[in-house]
Design a protein around this ligand. Structure first.
Ligand code: SF4
Length: 248
């Protein structure tokens, strides 16, 4: 079961199969987990109306009331703290998380559809000299639910669907390998966002063992490598990771 650091069960961080298991563990028939999963990704779900469970009218009333009252269950989305909208429709978000930390995401409009640049960590320990995200070092990894939450919060704020994601915001995705993989799998769920793996891109500064592992685990997800310099010698001046791995 996906639990965050405060021990809450994060429903947005689960695949449908995991949601079924979670609802069984909570004492409900497994199929209720599938119903809730489907509802969580429906465009009409508006968290502002109160609990996300309120409109799930195919669940028994008592179950809805119990889910709303159950403090173990977390269905919060990141809060929009700030947004900057450009003329071309690009929207940069500062999202607030439950523990008071903040992360950034960027909504971009393209001819092929909308894309969101997602953060994977609070801070980063990779130490690239040109990057503000690394000044505090790594504060913590984001959970899969907090990454899914960026997508859904941006969609609800823009009133438009996100069809592509790039994990190129704050953090090194392969330093948070397990949660990033889970995030991609949750987005791919047919009854959820149903996003093709080919519409997802993971960007790394170049953690080679993880690149190889990722090729095995998610062979159809796109990979981007941030070089930032035309030679290893120059790269080593600004990116500590270049001391461990040459471009070759
Ligand atoms: S890996 Fe990315 S987020 Fe981390 S310090 Fe380098 S550029 Fe910044």
């Amino acid at each position: 079961m996906q639990e965050n650091t405060s021990g809450k069960i994060e429903l947005y961080g689960m695949t449908e199969a995991e949601m079924r298991q979670a609802f069984s563990a909570l004492g409900y028939p497994a199929f209720r987990g599938s119903q809730v999963f489907k509802h969580l990704y429906e465009e009409s779900q508006g968290l502002q109306k109160g609990s996300v469970f309120t409109d799930m009218t195919d669940l028994p009333k008592k179950m809805r009331e119990d889910l709303i009252a159950d403090e173990r269950i977390d269905v919060r989305l990141p809060e929009v703290l700030e947004r900057q909208v450009a003329k071309d429709g690009t929207c940069k978000y500062l999202f607030g998380l439950a523990d008071g930390e903040a992360i950034e995401a960027v909504f971009m409009k393209y001819e092929y559809g909308n894309s969101l640049c997602v953060s994977s960590q609070v801070g980063c320990r990779m130490g690239c000299r040109f990057c503000a995200s690394t000044r505090r070092g790594l504060v913590r990894n984001l959970t899969a639910a907090e990454m899914v939450g960026q997508v859904l919060a941006a969609e609800r704020d823009r009133g438009e669907s996100v069809g592509h994601i790039v994990i190129m915001g704050i953090g090194e995705p392969f330093d948070n390998y397990e949660n990033v993989g889970r995030f991609l799998d949750v987005l791919h769920e047919p009854k959820g966002k149903n996003m093709s793996y080919r519409n997802m891109t993971v960007s790394t500064c170049g953690l080679v063992e993880k690149i190889r592992m990722f090729g095995e685990d998610h062979p159809t997800v796109n990979l981007a490598i941030s070089l930032h310099a035309p030679s290893d010698a120059l790269r080593r001046k600004t990116m500590p990771v270049a001391n461990r791995y040459s471009v070759a």
